[in-house]
Design a protein around this ligand. Sequence first.
Ligand code: SF4
Length: 69
Amino acid sequence: MNSIDFCTCADHDCPMHPTKHDKGCTPCIEKNLRFGEIPSCFFNAVKGEEKLTSYYFEDFAKLVMGKLD
Ligand code: SF4
């Protein structure tokens, strides 16, 4: 059971995943900010069937711009 109903992150082994603690999105966002990444829920909202290997700001920008073409 996911403690954040809207979280679509499939990495259930990640210690920041909301099922691993009671701090909601805070650990995930803190980690993403520290590494220059965007949380996977944002990618999942726009990526469709695309497979992704990295989640940096630039990857998200490219993904969104590709969907707008
Ligand atoms: S910010 Fe992280 S923990 Fe919160 S919904 Fe998105 S992927 Fe899940």
